[in-house]
Write a protein that binds this ligand. Structure first.
Ligand SMILES: *[C@@H]1O[C@H](CO)[C@@H](O)[C@H](O)[C@H]1NC(C)=O
Ligand SMILES: *[C@@H]1O[C@H](CO)[C@@H](O)[C@H](O)[C@H]1NC(C)=O
Length: 398
């Protein structure tokens, strides 16, 4: 992967310099790898070689940087990687080391040195630039929104450094850039005011300045460092109790439940329920295995009266994070309504039972009494009644 990236980089940089150069392009041929070989340059779409007269590390340095092959390890004269073919395009090239490409270096004209392909120049480069090392300078790897994260990016290379960049995995543009002076081998990269979207895997790179006019060459990425950003949102809550309780209240002796819920869950989270009452604060907590957790109160007592608050708590990476309190949930504990109290209900039930019993007894007695009397007697009695009425009416007339 790294060598592929490095290959791409080499391609990009070579292409860029091709455009700027009249000769167009440099390549290494017949080497052990992409970053070693016989130096070949292109002119009029034809590849040719470079004569080794005056060939030393300064020229090799320019070629290695130009190809994204890191730093020069050796400048090899005498067709060390075999004799090339075609034209010898460059003879007695003299670089200062600041050039961006071999073709920007000076060429000593009127050199009397006789060049053949037995003098083809070669280089061996270090390969890609050394990878930097990213460390976390902050004492922990878990952060809460708004905090700053301090990284350190360092490299063994001690020269030509230009700047350092902090990248988040999956984002092409650096989040933090820090200039370095040429010999500075370590910088601090601070990511301030982090948000949850900053959570992820980070790496750093540096660039070295190689060439004149200045060209920048990027290093491969460092190791990855992961950070976690926790943002605890304010929990919500609600309660339920028996249906006959008025709003905002529970009835003494009845059960009630308070449910806390969080919009976002984290591993290792828990809910804390706080009751603030006249004589102090009571806390209890339950693990938040689900986004909503219920605190159960089987029998409400006056001590349960007060303001309830839910908090969400997370322990991660050795740190404890606490959400803001939810809105207060006031709960009053009422005495049971006397009209509907169990004792009153039992009185009512006994009274009603008694009344019903009396009525039933009277009716039964009456029916039995009527059945026992003889019909003649009944007739006579009815007549008597009629006679009496008659008498009564007569008296009224008088
Ligand atoms: C960083 O996180 C990624 C997943 O996002 C994981 O694959 C990798 O192993 C982690 N690296 C470290 C050093 O913890
Ligand atoms: C409270 O929760 C418990 C257990 O979840 C349940 O059995 C009970 O019916 C609930 N009480 C009320 C008043 O909702």
């Amino acid at each position: 992967m790294q060598s592929f990236l490095h290959f791409l980089l080499a391609g990009v940089f070579a292409a860029r310099w091709d455009g700027a150069s009249a000769l167009g392009g440099v390549r290494l041929a017949d080497g052990d790898n992409k970053c070693s070989g016989r130096v070949e340059v292109r002119r009029h779409d034809q590849w040719g070689t470079v004569c080794d007269h005056g060939w030393d590390l300064r020229e090799a340095y320019v070629v290695c940087l130009q190809l994204g092959c890191g730093l020069a390890e050796a400048a090899l004269p005498g067709a060390a990687y075999g004799a090339g073919r075609g034209e010898i395009w460059l003879r007695h090239v003299q670089c200062s080391g600041h050039e961006s490409s071999l073709t920007s270096c000076a060429v000593v004209l009127h050199s009397n040195f006789h060049c053949t392909h037995e003098n083809d120049a070669g280089v061996r480069c270090s390969g890609s630039l050394p990878s930097p090392t990213l460390t976390l300078l902050s004492p922990h790897a878990v952060f809460t929104a708004g905090e700053s994260v301090r990284f350190g990016c360092s490299v063994l290379l001690g020269h030509h450094l230009s700047d350092f960049h902090l990248y988040r995995q999956g984002v092409a543009t650096p989040l933090v850039t820090q200039r370095a002076d040429q010999t500075q081998t370590r910088v601090e990269l601070t990511l301030s005011d982090v948000e949850t979207l900053h959570q992820g895997s980070y790496s750093c790179r540096y660039r070295i300045r190689g060439g004149f006019p200045s060209q920048l060459l990027g290093s491969p990425p460092s190791n990855a460092v992961n950070i976690t950003v926790v943002e605890l949102l304010t929990p919500q809550h609600w309660y339920n109790t028996s249906a006959e309780a008025p709003a905002g209240a529970v009835i003494k002796g009845h059960g009630f439940n308070i449910t806390c819920s969080t919009p976002q869950q984290y591993p290792g989270g828990s809910f804390q329920l706080r009751l603030i009452r006249s004589n102090g604060t009571v806390r209890q907590s339950l693990p938040a295995l689900t986004p909503a957790v219920t605190f159960t109160f089987p029998s409400a007592q006056s001590a349960d009266e007060g303001y309830y608050y839910c908090l969400y708590r997370v322990q991660l990476g050795g740190r404890t994070f606490l959400s803001r309190e939810s809105q207060p949930l006031p709960i009053a504990v009422r005495d049971p309504d006397p009209i509907l109290s169990p004792m009153v209900i039992s009185w009512l039930v006994s009274g009603l039972t008694l009344a019903v019993a009396v009525v039933v007894i009277v009716i039964v007695a009456k029916v039995l009494c009527i059945k026992e009397k003889k019909p003649s007697e009944l007739e006579r009695e009815t007549r008597t009644c009629v006679d009496n009425t008659y008498v009564a009416l007569s008296i009224n007339k008088l």
